[in-house]
Write a protein that binds this ligand. Structure first.
Ligand SMILES: [Zn+2]
Length: 462
C-alpha cells in the first residue's frame, strides 16, 4: 500500500490523503485550501489528480477544509462513492451549497474587468454539488464497509463537530493484514452536545491531526459559568450581548448552553436572536440527529422531552428586515450572528450599532485569525474599522477560548498513548514548531515508533 499526502501537509487546510491499495485509489478527505486567496484559489482549481482516477472517498467530517473540494473532484470525473456518517451527509449538503454560491460570487468578482477570453469559470457550481451529493453513502458509526476489495473500514466517534468521525481501515494485501487509522480532526472530551472522542485499540499506522501540537486549552468545566457571567453583567445594564459565531457547531453549542442556563434559572429569560440563515438551517440538521448527542444533553433534555434547540425566548430571524430591526431594539438581548471572524455577513451591522455603547458586550467564542475584525476586537483596539468607518470600542469584550473543537497537546498524546502495536505515525493538519514538538513528545513517550511530518505530495510505501 502507498499513501500520498496532497494537503494538510505541514499546514492546516486542504486535507487530502491518497491511499493506493490493490490497484484502487481511496481518498481520505477532499478538502479545500484556505488562507491566502490567490494561492488557495489556484490549488483548489487544480487538483493534483483527475477525479476519474479516484475510486472512492472516505470523508471524516463536513468542515470545508475536509470536504470543500468534493464538487471539484466530481467536475473532473469522479463518480465513485463518498462514505460518510449520516450527520456528515446532511451537514456537507448545506456547507457545499453555500460554498458553490461563494465560488460563483468569487468568479464574478475576478471577471469584472476581464475580456471574454480571459474570464474564468467558478471552481464549481450547484450542479457539481448536486452531482457529488448523489454519490454520498451514509454509514453509521461502528458499521463496517468495503471501500475497495481487501479493504474494510469503520467510523468511530471523533467528538469534533456533529457527524465527525475517525476512520479505521483493515487492509489485506499480499497475505498480510495491516491496520491504518485516520483521526480526521480530533475533538475533545466534554464539548457541548457532542460525544467524547473514542480511542483506537490497535493500529500499525496512524495519520493524526496535530493542529494544537504545542498548545493547551482552557478547561471546559467553566464554560457555562463564564457565559452566565457575561450575560448577567450586560443584562444588569440593559445591554446587548453580541456574539460572532460560526454557523456550524459554535452557534448550536451556545444555544444549548443558553437553553440550559435559562431553564436552571441562572440567567434571566431575555430574547436571544440567531441571525444567520445558514446557522438556522444547520440547527435544523442538528435537531434531526439526536443519536449523535452526548449523555449530558440527553439526560438534561431527554427526561423533559424537550428540544434542546427550541425554547420560548429563542428566535431565528426570518429575513434581512427583521435582522435590521434588531439594531433599533433596546436591550437586554443576545444576538448570535455570522461570520465567525466578523469579516463578512450580518455580524458587522450588529457590531457597528453596538460597540460604542459601554452597556453592551461582545462575547468572543471562537478563534480569530490575524488581520480580521474579530482579532482587532479580541485585542481591544480603541477604534475599530467596520465597513468604511471607525467606531470606538467602548463595549466590554470577553474572550472564551475553552470552546475549541480541536484536541490540545495533552489530549493528542493521550489519544496516541494506548494504541497497541503502533509503529508509524504521520502528523498532518498542523504547522511549524507545533508539529516538531508533537513529534518529539511521541518519540519520547513510546519505544519503537517513527513519526513523519509529510510534505505536500510526499509518498510512503507501507
Ligand atoms: Zn474540522
Amino acid at each position: 500500500m502507498k499513501v500520498t499526502f496532497w494537503g494538510a501537509a505541514r499546514e492546516v487546510t486542504g486535507s487530502k490523503h491518497l491511499l493506493e491499495v490493490g490497484g484502487k485509489k481511496i481518498l481520505l478527505d477532499c478538502g479545500f485550501f484556505q488562507g491566502r486567496r490567490q494561492e488557495a484559489e489556484k490549488k483548489n482549481r487544480n487538483l493534483p489528480f483527475e477525479g476519474s482516477d479516484i475510486d472512492a472517498v472516505i470523508l471524516s467530517h463536513a468542515h470545508m477544509d475536509h470536504c470543500g473540494a468534493l464538487p471539484r473532484l466530481y467536475k473532473t470525473g469522479f463518480r465513485g462513492p463518498v462514505y460518510a456518517t449520516p450527520a456528515t451527509c446532511d451537514v456537507a449538503g448545506v456547507m457545499l451549497e453555500d460554498s458553490a454560491d461563494i465560488q460563483i460570487h468569487d468568479a464574478n468578482f475576478i471577471n469584472r474587468y476581464k475580456s471574454e477570453e480571459e474570464k474564468i469559470e467558478p471552481i464549481y457550481t450547484q450542479d457539481e454539488v448536486k452531482g457529488v451529493m448523489n454519490q454520498f453513502k451514509s454509514i453509521e458509526y461502528g458499521k463496517y464497509f468495503n471501500p475497495a476489495p481487501g479493504v474494510e473500514a469503520v467510523f468511530i466517534e471523533a467528538g469534533h463537530i456533529l457527524g465527525s468521525a475517525q476512520v479505521k481501515l483493515k487492509i489485506k494485501e499480499d497475505n498480510k493484514e495491516k491496520l491504518l487509522g485516520f483521526t480526521g480532526d480530533l475533538g475533545r472530551k466534554g464539548l457541548p452536545i457532542l460525544k467524547d472522542p473514542e480511542f483506537f485499540d490497535e493500529l500499525d499506522y496512524l495519520i493524526s491531526e496535530s493542529t494544537y501540537g504545542n498548545r493547551f486549552h482552557e478547561s471546559l468545566d467553566e464554560i457555562e459559568d463564564r457565559v452566565q457571567k457575561v450575560i448577567l453583567e450586560a443584562t444588569a445594564h440593559n445591554g446587548k450581548i453580541i456574539v460572532p459565531a460560526f454557523a456550524l457547531g459554535r452557534t448550536q453549542g451556545l444555544i444549548y448552553i443558553l437553553h440550559k442556563l435559562t431553564d436552571e434559572g441562572k440567567i434571566p429569560r431575555i430574547p436571544i436572536y440567531i441571525d444567520s440563515p445558514m446557522a438556522t438551517e444547520l440547527t435544523d440538521v442538528f435537531a434531526r440527529h439526536e443519536d449523535d448527542f452526548d449523555e449530558e444533553l440527553v439526560s438534561f433534555f431527554g427526561s423533559k422531552n424537550d428540544d434542546p434547540f427550541a425554547f420560548r425566548n429563542l428566535h431565528f430571524t426570518k429575513n434581512p428586515q427583521e435582522s435590521k430591526s434588531l439594531n433599533y431594539r433596546k436591550g437586554p438581548m443576545i444576538i448570535i450572528s455570522t461570520s465567525g471572524m466578523c469579516e463578512t455577513g450580518r455580524i458587522r451591522h450588529h457590531l457597528k450599532h453596538a460597540v460604542e455603547d459601554k452597556r453592551n458586550a461582545v462575547m468572543i467564542v471562537g478563534f480569530m485569525a490575524q488581520h480580521t475584525l474579530g482579532r482587532r476586537i479580541v485585542e481591544k483596539n480603541p477604534k475599530i474599522k467596520i465597513f468604511d468607518h471607525f467606531y470606538k470600542l467602548n463595549s466590554r469584550v470577553t474572550v472564551i477560548n475553552a470552546f475549541s473543537g480541536h484536541a490540545g497537546q495533552h489530549e493528542l498524546l493521550d489519544h496516541i498513548k494506548p494504541i497497541k502495536n503502533l509503529e508509524k505515525v504521520f502528523l498532518v493538519h498542523g504547522e511549524g514548531e507545533g508539529q516538531e514538538v508533537m513529534r518529539d513528545k511521541i518519540i519520547t513517550m513510546r519505544d519503537n515508533i517513527t513519526v513523519d511530518l509529510p510534505e505536500f505530495g510526499q509518498s510512503f510505501e507501507l
